[in-house]
Design a protein around this ligand. Structure first.
Ligand SMILES: Nc1ncnc2c1ncn2[C@@H]1O[C@H](COP(=O)(O)OP(=O)(O)OP(=O)(O)O)[C@@H](O)[C@H]1O
Length: 583
């Protein structure tokens, strides 16, 4: 290993201060060199931005057979990649971005079967990406942006981020589809003047046609809006007669009233049907009651649009704020819906956010639950990542996981067909002491298949093709994703790897979980590393591809208790400063 590094040095130079060969015989103490403690073999080389230039020497790197990471990014290395690099079968990370490498990515590249992350971005690599890369099953990142690559992108990269392939002459998913012509064609394929003129005229014609269609659609839309406006006025009047309330359009807080926010007191009521009744759920439970007028008068703020419709925060009084969900596209009959909501209203567990009340009148369907001022786990994990954020410690994360697991376990205990159906971090709401309250449970059958939104995709188990047909084992899968989210700090919907979390985690070898997988915020808690590894294993079990291979929720909750030494009910006592660490 030592002589290989010295050979590289004499070929490509670099800043001598970083290559002090008068040092001891072992290269393990040289800057940028990482060795295995037991074997003393070099496992990682990190020479980023060290002023290396020229061609890498042949038959050199290939001798460093234990190399797992090779980082030569931000240098001025040129020429083709030496062939012996492709014999480094232990290599997992290859970072060669921002150099001057040229020539093809050879077929041999696919012999690096352990590769997980590769960046060739910002070089002059040319020719096609060999289709044999389809065999690199662990590859999770492959950034070849800004090279001279041509041809069709191998099918392996469907679903990878487009940005990793941009700035080339490539076609096919994830960039634009191939149309049969070679975008990287040589001068012999240059278009004639006539052909160019034809294309220009054709394009102008298409532009004209598109503009005409656009104007026509705008015109039609405007007419429709005018029609709707006149209809709405009628409906608002109708609702205002049916549901009388004072001061409906504005409130003292400056936010519009709920009536105004939902568009004039709600949707269309069935003719002759008048309902002012807000039906409270939860039986004899002590809770403050209010009537529909109070609700409609309350100042309302949109919280977001979810699977079932829009959620509004409605402040009724100084100390009474609720969330109103306005359901849309409900496919059930009103009778069925009432039965369903009544049964959901009976669910009672300390880790569930109960439904407080509902209101149905014709097309208008409102669900009411308590507002949770601390917000959701999603906001806590992913909000404010840029700056001014308080890291979320391991203990808090495990208490949140356990609370959510217990809430879901309770649901599953209500019958083999009862499942949550929409487990995700925005549906785990938190009390001020960071206890979990699982929300939006058992509502999966409410909306039609057209509502199957891509937004739940990151959590949805592979066997679920219709979001109305969920199961307890599908819940376990989604919960496993939630655990991965807690452990990695990455959102399953929108993460920089652009891959699904289980696939990404499993592409990293176990020894590297600590450095590669866990949220950086968790790395400071070294005494709990074992617990985190066990939790990650549990998450992987939960996200098994086949439902039968997944544990049941009851066992998942017990396992979390065991891993984190948490048993009994978690007290709501911990002040915020103990929960989110300040450093
Ligand atoms: N009771 C609540 N208290 C505080 N925030 C809430 C409450 N209910 C929902 N939210 C927040 O309001 C936003 C919109 O919620 P909503 O449930 O409508 O959509 P979602 O959770 O994003 O998706 P889905 O409808 O699929 O559950 C989310 O950010 C959610 O965390």
């Amino acid at each position: 290993d030592r002589s290989a590094i010295l050979a590289i040095r004499s070929s490509v130079g670099g800043r001598s201060i970083l290559w002090n060969i008068s040092q001891p015989a072992t290269p393990c103490t040289w800057p940028g060199v990482v060795c295995d403690n037991q074997t003393n073999r070099v496992v990682e080389l990190h020479f980023p931005g060290m002023g290396l230039s020229g061609d890498l020497p042949p038959n050199t790197l290939g001798n460093m057979t234990q190399l797992t990471t090779l980082s030569l990014r931000y240098n001025a290395l040129s020429g083709q990649l030496p062939v012996d690099i492709f014999s480094l079968t232990n290599l997992r990370n290859l970072y060669l971005q921002d150099n001057l490498f040229s020539g093809p990515i050879p077929d041999l590249f696919s012999s690096l079967g352990n590769l997980v992350r590769v960046s060739f971005a910002g070089n002059n690599f040319s020719g096609p990406i060999p289709s044999s890369v389809n065999n690199l099953t662990r590859l999770a990142k492959f950034d070849v942006s800004n090279n001279q690559l041509t041809g069709e992108i191998p099918s392996k990269f469907v679903g990878f981020p487009e940005s990793e392939f941009s700035g080339n002459f490539l076609c096919g998913s994830p960039v634009e589809a191939c149309n049969g012509s070679d975008t990287g064609s040589s001068s012999s394929n240059k278009l004639s003047g006539g052909a160019i003129a034809g294309i220009v005229i054709g394009s102008l014609f298409i532009l004209l046609l598109v503009s005409l269609i656009f104007f026509f659609l705008c015109y039609k839309k405007r007419n429709q809006n005018e029609e709707l406006k006149s209809k709405d006025v009628g409906e608002v009047k109708q609702m205002q007669i049916e549901i009388p309330h004072e001061n409906a359009d504005s409130s003292s807080s400056g936010f519009p009233s709920l009536t105004a926010a939902v568009g004039g007191g709600g949707g269309k009521a069935k003719s002759g049907e008048v309902s002012k009744k807000l039906v409270f759920l939860g039986g004899g439970k002590k809770q403050r009651k209010f009537d529909l007028d109070d609700l409609l008068r309350a100042s309302a703020e949109v919280l977001g649009k979810g699977t079932f419709g829009t959620a509004y925060k409605a402040a009724l009084e100084v100390d009474l704020t609720v969330v109103v969900k306005r359901l849309r596209d409900v496919t059930m009959s009103e009778k069925e819906l009432k039965e369903k909501i009544e049964s959901v209203g009976k669910m009672d567990h300390e880790n569930l956010l109960p439904l407080r009340a509902y209101y149905f009148n014709g097309e208008e369907k409102l669900l009411v639950c308590d507002y949770m001022p601390t917000g959701s786990l999603s906001a806590l994990l992913h909000g404010n990542r840029g700056g001014g954020r308080k890291p979320l410690n391991w203990e808090t994360r495990s208490i949140i996981a356990l609370g959510a697991a217990r809430g879901i376990t309770y649901l599953h205990s209500q019958g083999p067909k009862v499942s949550h159906g929409n487990i995700k971090s925005s549906n785990i709401l938190l009390t001020p002491s960071y206890e979990s309250r699982v929300s939006d449970f058992c509502l999966a059958g409410l909306v039609g298949p057209a509502m199957a939104p891509t937004r739940v995709d990151g959590y949805r188990s592979p066997e679920v093709t219709d979001i109305r047909k969920v199961s307890q084992k599908a819940d376990v899968y989604s919960f496993g994703i939630l655990l991965l989210e807690l452990l990695t700090g990455k959102s399953p919907i929108n993460n920089e790897e652009g891959v699904d979390l289980p696939r990404w985690v499993q592409s990293v070898v176990r020894e590297e979980w600590t450095s590669e997988v866990f949220d950086l915020e968790l790395l400071r808690y070294q005494n709990v590393e074992d617990d985190m590894v066990q939790m990650l294993q549990l998450a992987i079990e939960c996200t098994a591809k086949y439902p039968d291979k997944r544990p049941c929720m009851d066992d998942v909750a017990s396992k979390i208790e065991e891993i984190c030494h948490l048993s009994g009910s978690q007290e709501a006592h911990t002040p915020e400063s103990d929960i989110v660490s300040n450093s």
